[in-house]
Write a protein that binds this ligand. Structure first.
Ligand code: MOS
Length: 750
C-alpha cells in the first residue's frame, strides 16, 4: 500500500489525535515541580494613577507567597525599545507593572502569587487600591475630533494612493451613492485563553510554555525586558487553542509569569480569565465613508474612501483599511484617507484579516447599494468593474481567478434564480434574502527556515519554530515533507512551536502554509540531493547511476522514475552513509526563490461569497441558512484543512455581521460585554451549511510552492454577503454591524 502523502491530498489533521484525546498539552497544562500560581489584579479605572495599595489582607491568606506590583518589582528597563516586539505598533509599548500610571481599564496592577490557584484568587480579591482618577475617553465618536494621522502612514503600504479627479467625476456621474458604514469593537475569543508557565532554572535560564503565535518573538521580548541572553530564554508553544491574532504580540500574562518566576526563583503560571481576555487586543471599531460615482451600467467612475478606527493613546495601531476599495475595482478616479482616533483602552490589534475584514466587508456593502442604485445585478456589477490589475498601483497580479470563483460560486448557489427586488422572495411566513460579495486579502510569503533529519530507521523529523495556531501548519509541514521525500505519514514527526528550532516568523497573516511549506520543501530537496549523492557512491548503484533529475521518492524509497524496480530504501541510504542520520536545513525567503519583486506584482487571494438568510417579517431574527464561498488561493496543499480554515473564517464573519460587538460603558471606560452571555459569538445553531469551493489558480510567482494561504480569506466579504442578503430579504439597509434585531426593528422598511 502506498501511504506517501501528496501535496493536494485531503490528509487528516496531523495533530488531530493528540488534540482529541487530550494528550496535547497547552501552555497552562505543564506542571513543573513546585509550581506557583499567579492571579492578575486588573485596574477598574480607565485612566489615572495608583496612589496606594493595601495588600496586608492578601498576604495573610494561607498559601499566598507574594504580591508583586510596580512598588516592589525587580528592576525593569525603561526605554521603549526594550519592550518593542517584532509586531509592535509605533508609539510606546505598554510596560506592565512599570509605574503607577493607569492607561486603560483592565490594565494589570498587581500579581498575587500563591501555592494554589484558589489562594491566589482569594488573595487577589482582598487587594485594595486607592487611585487618583484622570479624565478618560473611550468613545470613538468623541475621539474623532482628536484624530491623528498614524506616523507610519509615510509608509506607502498604508497610504491610500490617489488617481484622477474623483470629486469632479462623482458630480458628473449619472449614478451616485454615498454612505457611512461602521462596525463595533470585536474581541478574539479563542477556546484557549492566554496563559504561560514560566520556569526559572539555574544559570539564569528561563523556559516558558506560552500561548503565543510566535515563540521567537516572545523569546526576544523576554530576553530584552529581563536582560537575559537570548539563547538562555526558550519559549514553547507546541499546541495553540486558537489565537486569530491575539497571540501575535507578547501579551502581559507572559511578562507577569516570567517576572514572578525570576523574582521568586520558582516556576509560576499566569493565565487570563475569560473576562481578562477582554482587556487586551481587539479589532478596533471602525468607520468607512464611501462615495461612489458610476455610469448607468454600474461601471465605476469614481471612488472616495475614508477610513478611521481607534487606537490606544500610547500606541498607533495601523492596518490597511481604505486601500482595499481603491485597489479591488477598475475605476479611473479614486482617492482615500486613513486616520486613527485615540481612546483610553489597551492597544487594539490584529484580528483575523485585520484591515480587510473592515475595509473590504464595509466597502462591499456600498457596492451592493450601488448595484441597487444602478439597477444592475450585484454579481454583474462585480464583473462590469472587474480589474485585471491592482487598480491602485496598476501592478499585474501573480494570478487572479476571481472571475472563475464568481462563476463557480454563483452556479453552486443558484444565484441565477434570484428575484432582484427586495422582499420578493418568501418561504412560508419568512422572507428570504440572497446576497453576495467578493473578498480579497494579502497572500504573503515570509522568510522561514526548516530542518529535516532522516534517521537510519527511515523515520523523518521535520522542524521549524513556527507555531500551529490551529490552522494545520503541522499537517502541511508533514505533507510537504512526505511528498518531497516519499516518506509515509506514520514515519514523520513534526517539531514546531519552539524558539530553539529553526527561525520562523510569527504564524499569522495567512503566510504559514506558503512560508513553512516552502522552507520544508527546500530542506527536503537538499536532503534528497544528499541521498542521491550517497546512492551514487554505492556499488553496485541501486539506482543504475540515474541522475538526480531521473529519480523520484515514494513509499520510503528512492527510485528511478522510468524503472521503479531500480530502488533503494531511504533507511538503507542513511546506513550506507555510515552516519546516524542525514540532516538538511534551508531558509526559504522571497529574494532567493525566484519570486517576483513585491513592488512589481500584486499578490492577493480572492473569494466570491453567496449567502442566504431567512427572516420572520414580524420578529426580524436573522437566520443564515446557506453560504457558498468560492476561493482562489493558488495551490491548495490540503483541501481538508484549507476548507476548515475558510469555514472558520466564515463563522467569524457571521459573528461580525450578526452577533459580535464588545460594548463599552463610557462612564467607566470598560468593555462590559466580557463574557459569552453578553458577547455573542456564533454557536452551532447559528451556523448553516457552509460550502467551500477552491477554484484552480496556478501561480508560479506568489510563493515557491504556488501557495497563497487561506487562514483569513473566509472572513473577508462573508460579513458583507450576509448584510446584503438581509437587505434583499427585508428592504432594510443597516449600515452598522452587527445587524441586531433592534436595528432591524428600529428602521422603517425601505
Ligand atoms: Mo492573524 S490576525 O495575522 O493571526
Amino acid at each position: 500500500m502506498n501511504t506517501t502523502p501528496r501535496i493536494g491530498d485531503p490528509v487528516n489533521r496531523f495533530d488531530g489525535e493528540a488534540k482529541v484525546t487530550g494528550s496535547a498539552r497547552y501552555a497552562a497544562e505543564h506542571f513543573p515541580p513546585g509550581l506557583l500560581y499567579g492571579w492578575i489584579v486588573s485596574s477598574p479605572i480607565a485612566r489615572g494613577r495608583v496612589t496606594g495599595i493595601e495588600e496586608a489582607a492578601a498576604r495573610a491568606v494561607s498559601g499566598v507567597v507574594a504580591v508583586i506590583s510596580h512598588r516592589n518589582r525587580r528592576h525593569l528597563p525603561w526605554l521603549d525599545r526594550s519592550y518593542k516586539d517584532e509586531q509592535a505598533a509605533s508609539g510606546s509599548p505598554f510596560r506592565p507593572l512599570f509605574d503607577d500610571k493607569i492607561l486603560f481599564s483592565g490594565q494589570p496592577l498587581a500579581l498575587v502569587v500563591a501555592q494554589t490557584l484558589e489562594a491566589a484568587r482569594d488573595g487577589a480579591s482582598l487587594i485594595g487600591f486607592s487611585y487618583e482618577r484622570a479624565t478618560h475617553n473611550t468613545d470613538f465618536e468623541r475621539a474623532l475630533a482628536e484624530q491623528f494621522k498614524p506616523k507610519s502612514l509615510r509608509n506607502k503600504v498604508l497610504a491610500p494612493h490617489s488617481r484622477g479627479e474623483p470629486d469632479q467625476a462623482i458630480k458628473r456621474s449619472p449614478v451616485r451613492h454615498s454612505a457611512t458604514y461602521r462596525h463595533g469593537a470585536q474581541h478574539h475569543n479563542p477556546m484557549e485563553m492566554h496563559a504561560a508557565t514560566a520556569i526559572w532554572e539555574p544559570g539564569d535560564r528561563l523556559t516558558v510554555y506560552d500561548k503565543t503565535q510566535g515563540t521567537q518573538n516572545v523569546q526576544s521580548y523576554l530576553a530584552k525586558v529581563f536582560g537575559l541572553k537570548e539563547d538562555h530564554v526558550r519559549v514553547r508553544s507546541e499546541f495553540v487553542g486558537g489565537a486569530f491574532g491575539s497571540g501575535l504580540r507578547p501579551q502581559y500574562h507572559v511578562f507577569l509569569a516570567a517576572l514572578a518566576a525570576i523574582m521568586l526563583q520558582r516556576p509560576v503560571r499566569v493565565g487570563m480569565t475569560r473576562q481578562q481576555m477582554f482587556t487586551h487586543v481587539y479589532r478596533p471599531p471602525a468607520l468607512l465613508t464611501v462615495a461612489l460615482g458610476a455610469g448607468s451600467d454600474g461601471s465605476l467612475n469614481a471612488i472616495i474612501n475614508t477610513a478611521t478606527h481607534t487606537s490606544s493613546r500610547f500606541e498607533r495601531y495601523t492596518q490597511i483599511v481604505a486601500n482595499w476599495g481603491l485597489t479591488h475595482y477598475k475605476c479611473p478616479n479614486a482617492s482615500g484617507s486613513y486616520t486613527l482616533a485615540p481612546v483610553d483602552t489597551c492597544t487594539p490589534g490584529d484580528m483575523r484579516a485585520p484591515g480587510a475584514a473592515t475595509g473590504v466587508n464595509l466597502f462591499e456593502i456600498a457596492m451592493d447599494e450601488l448595484a441597487y442604485a444602478s439597477g444592475v445585478d450585484p454579481l454583474a456589477l462585480r464583473l462590469v468593474n472587474y480589474t485585471d490589475k491592482d487598480a491602485m498601483y496598476g501592478r499585474p497580479y501573480t494570478s487572479k481567478a476571481l472571475r472563475e470563483a464568481l462563476q463557480a460560486g454563483a452556479e453552486r448557489f443558484g444565484w441565477a434564480a434570484r428575484l432582484p427586488a427586495p422582499r420578493s422572495m418568501h418561504e412560508g411566513r419568512e422572507l428570504v434574502g440572497w446576497g453576495m460579495a467578493t473578498g480579497v486579502g494579502e497572500a504573503p510569503f515570509e522568510k522561514t527556515a526548516a530542518r529535516v533529519r532522516l534517521a537510519a530507521d527511515g523515520a523523518l523529523e521535520v522542524a521549524c519554530a513556527m507555531t500551529d495556531i490551529g490552522t494545520g501548519t503541522a499537517t502541511v509541514m508533514a505533507q510537504v515533507a512526505g511528498d518531497t521525500l516519499g516518506v509515509p505519514l506514520e514515519r514523520i514527526r513534526v517539531q514546531l512551536g519552539d524558539s530553539a528550532l529553526p527561525e520562523a516568523p510569527v504564524e499569522g497573516g495567512s503566510w504559514g502554509a506558503a512560508s513553512a511549506g516552502a522552507a520544508v520543501h527546500q530542506a527536503c530537496r537538499t536532503l534528497a540531493a544528499q541521498l542521491h549523492h550517497i546512492a551514487g557512491k554505492m556499488t553496485p548503484s541501486p539506482i543504475a547511476d540515474a541522475s538526480f533529475e531521473e529519480v523520484e521518492f515514494d513509499d520510503g524509497h528512492m527510485m528511478v522514475r522510468s524503472q521503479p524496480a531500480q530502488r533503494v530504501s531511504l533507511a538503507n541510504l542513511v546506513r550506507a552513509s555510515g552516519k546516524d542520520c542525514i540532516e538538511a536545513e534551508q531558509v526559504a525567503k522571497p529574494d532567493l526563490s525566484g519570486v517576483a519583486d513585491k513592488v512589481l506584482k500584486a499578490k492577493y487571494t480572492h473569494s466570491a461569497v453567496f449567502a442566504e438568510v431567512k427572516i420572520d417579517d414580524e420578529l426580524p431574527i436573522v437566520r443564515v441558512t446557506r453560504v457558498v464561498i468560492a476561493v482562489a488561493a493558488g495551490r491548495i496543499i490540503n483541501p481538508k484543512t484549507a476548507r476548515s480554515q475558510v469555514i472558520g473564517g466564515a463563522v467569524m464573519a457571521i459573528g461580525m455581521a450578526l452577533h459580535e460587538e464588545a460594548v463599552m460603558d463610557h462612564r467607566l471606560g470598560r468593555f462590559m460585554t466580557h463574557n459569552f452571555a453578553d458577547y455573542h459569538i456564533p454557536v452551532n445553531a447559528d451556523i448553516p451549511q457552509i460550502e467551500v469551493i477552491f477554484v484552480d489558480e496556478p501561480d508560479t510567482e506568489v510563493s515557491p510552492l504556488g501557495v497563497k494561504g487561506v487562514g483569513e480569506i473566509g472572513v473577508v466579504g462573508t460579513a458583507a454577503a450576509v448584510v446584503n442578503a438581509i437587505h434583499h430579504a427585508t428592504g432594510q439597509r443597516v449600515r452598522s454591524l452587527p445587524v441586531t434585531v433592534d436595528k432591524l426593528l428600529g428602521q422603517a422598511q425601505a
